[in-house]
Design a protein around this ligand. Structure first.
Ligand code: LLP
Length: 425
């Protein structure tokens, strides 16, 4: 992260707080969130997309402090469950700046969204239309968007590509599927269609897929205009902006994205004779990811002929991403000086399966030993939000750092927490 400083080797500090101090004070594993970095990233988005509505994708990581920061930075929120929604609203986030997503919204999700008055609900499938209209009721009113699938393959891994045909999200722009669904929405007076939405995928590092999406979605808008005289005021291009997990990795250039999307949108709309809709974007990873660091304590080191295994006190329960998507991280030793040469090591977790590998074949000092601390940068998105209860180890705490101070945001899940849910016998 931009704000990391290293006054002497091994003494990495973030937000003015040495990471080793955080590990000692809060124990490990622990996630550190750099508040200034989160806020800077929100401002970078606002500067790059001054006319757009920027929604933080809560699925990347959510806690009350994060909700508060997003509110202060003027962002909206993209949520996909009653859980995310209710945490936001009970933290004081204005419901009208929240958009609800989901390919399978539960009755509880919808009830919550309608009761709290979310700004917009994104319709993800044709079967949702009648259900939502009924839930809103004949005298009610709800703004909606429609998630369409533009038929584009983009994103860091097959499992996080959502712009392609033949997957669970959205309604295809091909063969009249989206047009048919939209005609049905227009028949429901209580649903006000404000725009189209598409989310191509996640960890996208190039601008091109977004430009193709703009052309295809504006193409659909033109058909809707011709067919129904419909002029939609909003276009939501989703999130997916790729970040660098290791030094040298490619990240999406936001300034270039903003400039080219703006130009592409203006051109496509003027060719179609449509006014330029207000742009909405939904970044999650690019706001939270680089601002987070995971800290682990080394518990065991096994040197075999083939490999050195460095086993830490966390693993796939707090970071399932290497196991799920083959993502590569760059862990580093912190908290002590060493003159040892770098050597290849494989950092593994504490869980009871061989696939619990956090970082294969990375360079660590050859003298790495039990008791050492490892920091894994770029751990702020889709780690804790995807954390599991595997092996009942308890989910790690989150500590915010800012101006030389550390404060606990989310406490560690204790054995009592785990026991208290277990009510049978
Ligand atoms: N909008 C929608 C409708 C989404 O589904 C997502 C992510 C986003 C926005 C935010 O995408 P982002 O800017 O964070 O890439 N667990 C995976 C990522 C799954 C993303 C799901 N949807 C991972 O760890 O890479």
């Amino acid at each position: 992260p931009a704000s990391a400083t290293e006054p002497r080797p091994g003494a990495l500090a973030v937000g003015g707080v040495p990471l080793a101090e955080i590990a000692d004070r809060f124990a490990t594993p622990v996630y550190v969130l750099d508040e200034a970095e989160v806020r800077d990233r929100c401002r970078t988005y606002r500067d790059a997309f001054p006319d757009a509505e920027i929604l933080y994708a809560a699925k990347a990581f959510l806690c009350r402090a994060m909700i508060h920061w997003m509110n202060e930075e003027g962002l909206g929120l993209d949520v996909c469950s009653a859980g995310e929604l209710e945490l936001a609203v009970t933290t004081g986030f204005p419901a009208e700046r929240i958009v609800l997503h989901g390919n399978a919204k539960s009755p509880r999700d919808l009830e919550s969204a309608l009761r709290l008055g979310v700004g917009r609900i994104v319709i993800d499938s044709p079967s949702e239309i009648a259900r939502l209209a009924a839930a809103v009721g004949p005298r009610g009113h709800q703004k909606v968007m429609v998630r369409v699938v533009p038929g584009i393959s983009a994103g860091g891994h097959e499992k996080i590509r959502t712009g392609t045909e033949d997957q669970k999200f959205g309604i295809s722009v091909r063969d009249g599927y989206a047009q048919h669904a939209i005609a049905r929405i227009l028949d429901q007076p209580q649903l006000e269609l404000t725009g189209l939405h598409c989310h191509l995928g996640s960890q996208i590092t190039g601008v091109k897929p977004y430009l193709t999406a703009v052309r295809r979605v504006v193409g659909l808008m033109a058909c809707l205009h011709a067919q129904h005289g419909l002029v939609l005021p909003e276009l939501d291009l989703g999130g997916g902006h790729g970040i660098a997990y290791r030094p040298g990795d490619k990240a999406l250039d936001l300034t270039s994205l903003a400039r080219k999307v703006r130009a592409g949108l203006t051109e496509a709309c003027s060719a179609a004779g449509l006014p330029v809709p207000r742009l909405i974007i939904e970044p999650g990873r690019a706001i939270a990811g680089p601002a987070g660091i995971a800290l682990y304590r080394v518990l065991a080191v096994k040197r075999t002929g083939a490999r050195t295994y460095v086993a830490v006190d966390g693993g796939m329960s707090d970071n399932p991403r290497p196991a799920l998507y083959g993502v590569r991280y760059a862990p580093r030793l912190i908290g002590r000086r060493t003159t040892a040469q770098p050597a290849l090591a494989t950092v593994v977790g504490r869980h009871c399966e061989a696939g619990d590998v956090l970082a294969a074949d990375v360079e660590l000092p050859a003298d790495v030993r039990p008791g050492d601390l490892l920091a894994v940068p770029v751990a702020g998105a889709y780690h804790l939000s995807m954390a599991s209860g595997y092996n009942l180890v308890g989910r790690p705490p989150v500590v915010a750092v800012r101006d030389g101070r550390a404060r606990l945001l989310v406490r560690r899940e204790s054995l009592d927490d785990i026991r208290s849910r277990d009510v049978g016998l």
